[in-house]
Design a protein around this ligand. Structure first.
Ligand code: SAH
Length: 257
């Protein structure tokens, strides 16, 4: 019998610390080591017991504070020392989160681990902006897409299919690719007047929601100096926001303190 610890690969939710799950909170409360990402709300670290060791593994677009292989290796090593480790990641760990690569590294070493899902940012940011991803009559499907693989020739994103076969497009990591995404979707027949929303810092007190159109989304982003992290939502559902007259009313005080 080995004395390995356990690794919890935990979704921290989309930004608002109150959107973490009870299960994730319980994992944090028993953590001895936390390895956390840039997009995981730092306030959550205060839920861990005193004496916990917190290690920042943040990734700024284009630059990595800690290489993925080093993160995998650190998870393995701490677990081999018998520690209870929480790998805290923004949103959901299995949605563009590389949580599955970390899980694979642990599985290979026979280290016990558990995946704790989180509210992914498309779901969180859309809800906090009053935009339903599906809506009876206008959207029966949605897709989560990465914008960061736009120019990957070996496995390109099928914008030709996405333009026609999915009602709502939720695009992660797409801010720097807005001109390309706009062009691809319009080239493949998506109407330039399709409503679009750009949601920056979704679910946080700094959330900004910019409502625009497919045709104008790049201009709108430039004018409003859209910054990361931001999500792009494209589809008729964006119009529902006005229908709901949604004024995001998030309590300033966090439930978790
Ligand atoms: N695992 C995460 C996604 C990581 S990829 C999840 O499930 O949400 C990083 C991208 O997520 C960012 O580039 C941005 O597109 C999106 N994102 C994360 N947090 C966000 C937030 N609070 N508001 C808007 N977009 C966010």
């Amino acid at each position: 019998m080995n004395k390995y610890g356990k690794v919890f690969i935990v979704g921290a939710g989309p930004g608002d610390p109150d959107l973490i799950t009870v299960k994730a909170l319980k994992a944090l409360q028993q953590a001895e080591i936390i390895l956390y990402d840039r997009l995981a709300n730092k306030e959550l670290l205060s839920c861990a017991p005193p004496g916990v060791v917190s290690i920042y593994c943040g990734k700024v677009p284009g630059a990595h504070a800690m290489q993925q292989e080093h993160i995998n290796e650190a998870l393995v090593q701490y677990a081999k020392q018998g520690k209870t480790v929480v790998r805290l990641k923004g949103g959901d760990p299995f949605v563009f989160g590389r949580g599955s690569e970390e899980a694979a590294a642990l599985a290979e070493e026979n280290i016990p681990f558990e995946i704790v899902p989180g509210v992914t940012s498309a779901i969180g940011a859309a809800a906090a902006s009053g935009i339903p991803l599906t809506h009876r009559g206008s959207a029966a499907s949605f897709a989560c897409i990465t914008g960061s693989r736009c120019h990957n020739a070996r496995s390109p994103i099928r914008w030709d299919l996405l333009a026609h076969s999915v009602d709502t497009l939720a695009i992660y990591m797409g801010v720097s690719q807005l001109p390309f995404i706009r062009e691809e979707l319009m080239k493949h027949g998506k109407s330039p007047s399709t409503p679009a929303a750009l949601i920056e810092n979704g679910t946080t007190a700094r959330q900004r929601t910019i409502v625009t159109t497919l045709d104008d989304m790049h201009n709108s982003a430039t004018i409003s100096r859209l910054d990361n992290p931001a999500l792009i939502i494209i589809g008729e559902v964006v119009n529902v926001r006005a229908q709901l007259q949604y004024a995001a009313c998030r309590a300033a005080a966090s439930l978790i303190s």
